[in-house]
Ligand binder design. Structure first.
Ligand SMILES: [Zn+2]
Length: 151
């Protein structure tokens, strides 16, 4: 199984087994991803390897709140996309699901840090919203930007 960053300069591969996916709503994951939550699964470190672009990876270790290791955000220096965070001597590598090239080989296990969940995110309601296979219909797009009163 393979994955890559937004610009494709950094790519990796791994083999199973994988853990299930943890959906984390903590404030650090929200800021690190720019999204309401982070969704990651883990693989054994020896089953993970960079295919290209390892020299383009930079990282930021956030101050340790409770105990090591630090919350590390690894990213591609070219496009800023998150990439898996690899620590020396850590037996596992966490892989953000959005980086994979194909289907994700794991399923959602749980939501953690729900106390920090963003207010707009209603997990019951979100499954009932209109769905489109691709771009929304012109009518739906028009309705969406209505409050902006663009002429
Ligand atoms: Zn990149």
């Amino acid at each position: 199984m393979t994955g890559q960053c937004f610009c494709g300069s950094v790519a990796f591969e791994f083999d199973g087994p994988t853990t299930d996916i943890e959906i984390c709503h903590c404030s650090r994951c929200q800021r690190a991803t720019g999204s309401p939550f982070a969704a990651e699964f883990r693989v054994r470190a020896e089953k993970f390897r960079w295919l290209r672009g390892a020299e383009l990876i930079s990282f930021f270790d956030a101050p340790i709140l409770r105990e090591p290791p630090a919350y590390r955000r690894s990213f591609c220096k070219k496009c800023g996309s998150p990439v898996p965070a690899v620590f020396a001597r850590n037996p596992v590598v966490a892989i953000p699901t959005g980086l994979l090239d194909g289907d994700v080989p794991a399923r959602a296990a749980d939501h953690i840090w729900m106390a920090k969940k963003q207010n707009w995110l209603n997990l019951r309601e979100i499954g009932t919203l209109p769905e489109y296979d691709g771009d929304p219909t012109p009518e739906s797009s028009a309705r969406l930007i209505e409050p902006l009163k663009l002429k």
